[in-house]
Design a protein. Structure first.
Length: 719
């Protein structure tokens, strides 16, 4: 046994024999379950005054409290510990106290520390000539300077600090109370508060004011949001935010959150009175909820409502002009899926679109996948229901639709000689539809539609340099559906058509069952893939659709019109560490583009960049009388560990103006975060001047536990 270890054992024995009465007396004040203090030291002696003196690596422990010092003297007459520094006292994981000298009780729960400094959660520092520790719960400081900024001889004045005549830290509730508080920036007083309560750095939820936010809007003027958080219970809370502006505008915003054992919900809303609509009370309510139900069901709902169509944009809440509220129920298993959803659409305070746009849409689907050892392949049975209703009762314009479909499908795959893959697919669709407010539509209407397809794939693989691989795969698919599938039934849902890699080899390009692609046709394409062992890859798909006869199903859709579709050219390039590029284009026979879409992503240690470009030709049948020609850039630049800039810009090349733009700038140090945001957008096609809004927010590190992001190291202190 080493001499140091032996000395510590002697110290423990001496402490236990010398002060049992004091410890027993002090135990009467200890909370239930806590043990008396334990002393460890390299040497212990009795001085001339009869006091117990411990020195050399002295440590005293009591529960989660740990004290280390150069020397501790136990005075039996005063029943106290005289501690000589430097002193380091830790209370749990959140509190660290540094002092030069102290006189504390043997239980370490009460005492006076001199020339002391408290560090909370390694962020907030409270410095004072004296600190009183009371009952192991409260720290009382007088003539206090509080800051989370680094202070040294070269930089003696922090960026911000709070001076107070007295501070009390409730360690149990993790609340900090200031008396006669003065907030200073670089030593200059900017605010005075007789009483101030702030949450400790380890507290995530407590009732009180949150960080104010400065705002500026070209519509409602300059203002400030002052949120007040109410922690009503451990599982639900309410935040009330008055929004005060320079104009004749007043708003009260609210957010309610509640967590349940099986889910959670959140509601956001506001009420406003302004001069934009004199005499009216304006407002909105958005809500969302997600719940897990018995037997693996999941329930989700969202609510969207507003007093008028301009409110959301006037107050920079949302750019939506058509709101939707929905409720849905789903359950997924290995070979089975169920989903049901109902959606209500509305334009707040307006009848716009009510004659032509459905107000209520409902869908349900049940699907089951199955196999048969005797037949081989995979089968799918699908049962769906759909319905939508328009408020208008005008003939044809106010058409309502109800539909039930059942589909049975089967697919088999066989690998033949030379790697040829032969697939066959059969499909039988049964549909029953009912139409209302349309004298020309058949009502009711039912039909049975068979479909069959054969597909041949021939993958060619070849190894390249250093383990790279090339794969070329020609694909030919022949699909047949009876010609009499084409009817004069109204098309309600399948009005937006796409041709891409996902549906090039599909039995039907229509996204819903109100229309089914008919006739004999060939889906042709070739896929090329290159993979490199360094992690990057390239994929290219080229294909088109050839029809035996033009049945007129795609009249007006340039990409599908006629007996042959446009050429589809798709490219995906992935440089796994930094760059990704995807592009999809549709070209006609003269190689004139009908549609171009390109997305680019770039990422490294400093930059996150995403860009896109889209060009769509005019299409009256898709309610697009003018071309869409727009690029968008969304990125973040980390200039250094303190500065970060962000931008999200969409530019309309057709109108030669910015469609929407958001810019953000963040400055972050070890003790403060400042956020500045600017937003501009056009809310209407004929709008001349865009709406603009600004936000500015300051958050001080060390108060509350919501700021969990990494913080830069303090600047070096130089002489």
């Amino acid at each position: 046994m080493s001499l140091g270890a032996a000395a510590r054992i002697v110290a423990l024995l001496a402490w236990a024999l010398f002060a049992p009465a004091a410890l027993a007396q002090d135990d009467m004040d200890l909370p239930e379950g806590e043990e008396p203090a334990t002393l460890l030291a390299d040497s212990v002696e009795i001085d001339g005054a009869g006091r117990l003196v411990a020195s050399g690596n002295v440590e005293a422990l009591q529960g989660t409290t740990r004290l280390s010092a150069s020397r501790i003297i136990y005075d039996r007459e005063r029943d106290s510990l005289l501690v000589e520094g430097p002193i380091v006292l830790t209370a749990g994981d959140q509190t660290l106290i540094l002092a030069s000298a102290a006189e504390i009780s043997p239980s370490l729960r009460d005492g006076l520390l001199r020339s002391a400094r408290v560090v909370l959660d390694r962020q907030l520092q409270l410095a004072a000539p004296e600190i009183n520790r009371v009952g192991g719960r409260f720290l009382q400081l007088n003539k206090v300077v509080a800051s989370s900024c680094e202070v040294c001889a070269a930089n003696p004045v922090p960026l911000w600090q709070i001076r107070a005549s007295r501070v009390v830290h409730d360690q149990l509730e993790d609340q900090i109370y200031f008396d006669d508080a003065r907030f200073e920036i670089y030593g200059i007083p900017v605010a005075y508060l007789p009483r101030l309560r702030l949450p400790g750095p380890g507290l995530e939820r407590t009732t009180g004011f949150l960080v104010p936010q400065l705002t500026s809007s070209s519509v409602i003027g300059q203002g400030v949001r002052v949120p007040y958080f109410l922690a009503l219970a451990p599982n639900y809370d309410l935040t009330l935010t008055p929004h005060i502006t320079t104009g004749p505008t007043g708003s009260l915003e609210a957010r309610y959150r509640q967590a349940f054992r099986n889910g959670r919900l959140t509601f956001n809303g506001a009420l406003s009175r302004d001069d934009l609509r004199p005499g009216e009370t304006r407002g909105y309510l958005f809500g969302v909820g997600n719940f897990t139900l018995p037997r693996d069901y999941r329930l989700r709902f969202d609510v969207e409502a507003a007093s008028d169509s301009d409110y959301l944009d006037d107050y920079s809440i949302s750019g939506k002009d058509r709101l939707d509220s929905a409720i849905g129920l789903t359950r997924g298993k290995r070979d089975q899926w169920f989903g049901a959803e109902a959606i209500y659409f509305n334009v707040p305070g307006s009848d716009w679109g009510s004659e032509t746009r459905p107000a209520v849409v409902a869908d349900a689907i049940w699907a089951r996948r199955f196999t048969s050892a005797g037949l081989g392949g995979v089968g799918l049975f699908e049962l769906t229901a759909h319905g939508h209703e328009r408020p208008s009762e005008v003939d044809r314009v106010g058409r309502d639709v109800g539909r039930v479909t059942a589909r049975l499908g089967w697919r088999t795959d066989t690998v033949g000689p030379a790697g040829l893959v032969l697939s066959s697919e059969a499909n039988l669709l049964g549909e029953y539809s009912s139409f209302g407010d349309d004298a020309d539509a058949p009502d009711p209407s039912s039909r049975l539609i068979p479909a069959a397809a054969v597909e041949l794939r021939w993958p060619w693989a070849r190894g390249g340099h250093r383990g790279s691989a090339h794969l070329i795969e020609p694909v030919a698919q022949l699909v047949w559906t009876p010609d009499d599938t084409v009817t004069n039934r109204p098309t309600e849902e399948s009005v937006q058509l796409e041709l891409d890699e996902g549906n090039l080899f599909s039995l039907s390009r229509f996204p819903a069952y109100d229309q089914v692609e008919a006739g004999l046709r060939a889906n042709l394409g070739v896929n090329y893939t290159f993979t490199d062992p360094d992690g990057w890859s390239l994929g290219v798909t080229v294909g088109r659709v050839l029809r035996a006869e033009d049945l007129g199903q795609f009249d007006g859709y340039e990409a599908f019109d006629g007996a042959t579709s446009d050429w589809l050219v798709a490219l995906d390039f992935d440089l796994s560490r930094n760059l990704s590029l995807s592009s999809r284009s549709l070209f006609d026979e003269e190689l004139s583009a009908d549609r171009l879409e390109t997305r680019l992503g770039w990422q490294n240690d400093r930059i996150d960049l995403a860009g896109s470009y889209a060009w769509l030709a005019p299409s009256p049948v898709e309610a697009r009388p003018d071309p869409i020609n727009q690029w968008r850039i969304d990125g973040t630049l980390r200039v250094n560990d303190r500065w970060q800039a962000s931008a999200d810009i969409a530019y309309d090349l057709e109108r030669n103006r910015t469609a929407e733009a958001e810019l953000g700038l963040e400055y972050r140090t070890e003790c403060i975060t400042m956020d500045f945001g600017w937003r501009q957008r056009f809310t209407a096609e004929v709008q001349d001047d865009p709406t603009e809004s600004f936000t500015f927010e300051i958050a001080l590190a060390g108060f509350g536990g919501t700021d969990s992001g990494p913080r830069p190291r303090p600047r070096r202190c130089t002489r």
